[in-house]
Design a protein around this ligand. Sequence first.
Ligand SMILES: *Cc1c(COP(=O)(O)O)cnc(C)c1O
Length: 220
Amino acid sequence: MDSAVSPLDEVHEKIAKAARIARRELDEITLIAVSKTHPAERIEPLLGQGHRVFGENRVQEAQQKWPALREAFPDAQLHLIGQLQSNKADDAVELFDAIHSLDRPSLLKALAKAMDKAGKQVPCFVQVNIGDEDQKGGCPIAELPAFLGAIRETDIPLGGLMCIPPADIEPAPFFAFLDKLARDNGINGLSMGMSSDYETAIMQGATHIRVGTALFGARG
Ligand SMILES: *Cc1c(COP(=O)(O)O)cnc(C)c1O
């Protein structure tokens, strides 16, 4: 066996350190290994090491890669972390165990319908446009309370809030803001933090961190 410390071990160590500093329990923090663009051969070693929670950002790519991987590892869990078109709601509900990109009423409607049809309730995180950026997806902050109200009228389990902070700015204030929005709205889950900032996100209360590059290397 290779005795070198694996990227997964390294990330686990950093998670543990951040959790210790923040006085948080490790079992409150789920590491989502973001395997988008990487082929099954790159994903299998992580599954072999016992990791089970993965993230993909495209429905079609996940449909191609994951059925075979899941046959070999039936307890693997798949989270959709990318934008979702309403016309792919049925496919997403069939394939994924959680969806992190619920951000608009039309998608809510499509997902509620898809889940009813499938008889499967998939926890959804509401993506919030935390930096109020025109080009970014996510529910506008001003519309969040009403949108959460609309979700609570459906059977869709609310997983939490999710954000992608603006690039090239210190992310901590945005993570803290998402945490405040969650508290104000009685929500526990916080999907925030990527390879460059997951330790900061953990210190600000993240329950789900989405880490790709630090585990798999750069995407081609
Ligand atoms: C790609 C992606 C990630 C992972 O990014 P890394 O910087 O590679 O860790 C996390 N969240 C979302 C929404 C992504 O699209």
